[in-house]
Design a protein around this ligand. Structure first.
Ligand code: UDX
Length: 446
């Protein structure tokens, strides 16, 4: 089938590459000529495991191409995916200007029936706005062409996006036209394993499903983070509590890991946007507000622990940080907890020596050259001359470090574990003080 994807960012490229992989002819459009040039010359503007190879293979096979020409894009595909950004407005609502610009462009060039598929995360009611923008553009050129607007939210996790697309838990399709639903069922048929995973529903329910999923997951994390602070106050160990409650299948073990807060491009933005939607309709979303507030507070936690440990005196100290990305297997630093810690440490007069397996360039891009930020090439170099170590991202390579090497390099022999991934007994056996989330600090046992 012929598919056009507007927006060659994270969601657009993964969707385009995966749809081409199963045999469709996919044309990806972007307004940024540099991005399209890069893609046409074999580069990929984002880091996502497996994506570069998949793009290359499908481009070489002639199934995947890139262009800045929107008119060509509208001519190409029966399916017109909208996968452009919806950045938050100043008040936290999703900014729809890019989505609606694509809708107008489709309306201006469309010469036959098209299925317009909303992949971008958009507030409930956006499909109606997209339909109105397309109709208006058609009217402006006196054209009468049929089209449908479908909501098909993505549920991709960064770092596992290809796997999530190729082997989805569910494919949500919101449409009021059963015939369109069947065409999408055919497009997505290659991604079903063992049984049909496509769920057809009305447009608004599909739009809300995306927000509901992310808000639920964010709620689980904030709930555990709140509980971890209570655990610490009452002298309990949150990791024991986590295992205890996770054994109940109604609760489950997934997404109940306490830590220094959630980040990324989805959870913070979507929780805020859903909150705005509810408020705009006169409903006060108390739980969503609390989820966000708890997360906000949690991002300060490691800084507060470091500050307390050093008796409020951080001026002139150096803190090593392992992990800058908001989670492992990505270089994405949007709303990362590391940024809150780094900026708080600077404000307190400290220097940061940081290492991340892939997010070094991104850190450099965000902060530029500055004397109080030293970016190093490996985890151990980060420890040189540092007073303490803070672990902020749960990368596998940090899980089993050489504690003796850490102990011998740090001036103050203290490790702050923002993700509870280190073995406190091994750390303390090597002479380190181990401070983590939701548990009492552990002192050196040697
Ligand atoms: C998320 C959703 O998982 C995905 O389905 C949706 O499409 C987009 O948003 P992503 O933003 O890639 O995906 O990240 P995810 O793996 O869900 O992690 C989000 C954040 O929560 C990370 O900062 C992570 O460290 C944190 N987290 C996750 C916890 O603090 N505790 C947990 O138990 C799980």
């Amino acid at each position: 089938m012929d598919v056009t994807i507007f927006g060659s960012g994270y969601v657009g490229l993964v969707t385009g590459a995966c749809l081409a992989e199963v045999g469709n002819r996919v044309l990806c459009i972007d307004v940024d000529p540099r991005k399209i040039d890069l893609l046409n010359s074999g580069g990929v503007p984002i880091y996502e495991p497996g994506l570069e190879e998949m793009i290359k293979q499908n481009r070489d096979a002639g199934r995947l191409s890139f262009s800045t020409d929107a008119a060509e894009g509208v001519r190409h595909g029966l399916f017109q995916f909208i996968a452009v950004g919806t950045p938050p407005d100043e008040d936290g609502s999703a900014d729809l200007q890019y989505v609606l610009a694509v809708a107008r462009s489709i309306g201006s060039h469309m010469d036959g029936y098209r299925i317009i598929v909303n992949k971008s995360t958009v507030p409930v009611g956006t499909a109606d706005q997209v339909a109105a923008a397309v109709s208006e553009a058609l009217r402006a050129r006196d054209a009468e062409v049929e089209f449908d607007v479908v909501s098909n939210p993505e549920f991709l996790k960064e770092g596992a996006a290809i796997e999530d697309f190729m082997r989805p838990d569910r494919i949500i399709v919101g449409t009021d036209n059963p015939r369109t639903g069947e065409l999408l069922r055919a497009l997505y048929a290659p991604f079903n394993r063992s049984h049909d995973r496509l769920m057809l529903m009305d447009v608004r329910s599909a739009e809300l499903t995306k927000y509901a999923a992310n808000a639920m997951l964010a709620t689980k994390i904030s709930f555990m983070n709140e509980l971890s602070n209570i655990a610490e106050a009452v002298g309990a160990d949150i990791e024991k509590v986590r295992i205890g409650i996770g054994s109940d299948p109604r609760i489950g073990y997934q997404f109940i890991y306490p830590g220094c807060g959630y980040g990324g491009s989805c959870f913070p933005k979507d929780v805020r946007a859903l909150e705005r939607t509810a408020r705009g309709l006169g409903y006060k979303p108390q739980l969503l507000q609390a989820v966000e507030e708890v997360n906000f507070r949690q991002k300060d936690l490691i800084f507060n622990k470091i500050k307390t440990y050093f008796n409020d005196d951080l001026a002139g100290r150096t803190i090593a940080i392992w992990g800058l990305a908001f989670k492992p297997n990505t270089d994405d630093m949007r709303e990362a907890s590391s940024r809150v810690l780094i900026e708080s440490l600077w404000a307190a007069g400290a220097t940061v020596r940081a290492y991340d397996p892939v997010a070094m360039h991104e850190t450099q891009r965000i902060y530029g050259e500055r004397p109080d930020l030293v970016l190093v090439d490996d985890a151990h170099s980060a420890l040189e001359g540092a007073d303490a170590l803070a672990v902020l991202t749960e990368w596998s390579e940090f899980r089993s470090p050489d504690f003796h090497a850490i102990q011998s390099r740090l001036k103050d022999r203290v490790v702050f574990d923002g993700r509870n991934i280190l073995d406190g007994r091994l750390a303390t056996a090597s002479g380190l003080t181990y401070i983590s989330i939701g548990r009492a600090p552990m002192r050196p046992s040697t």
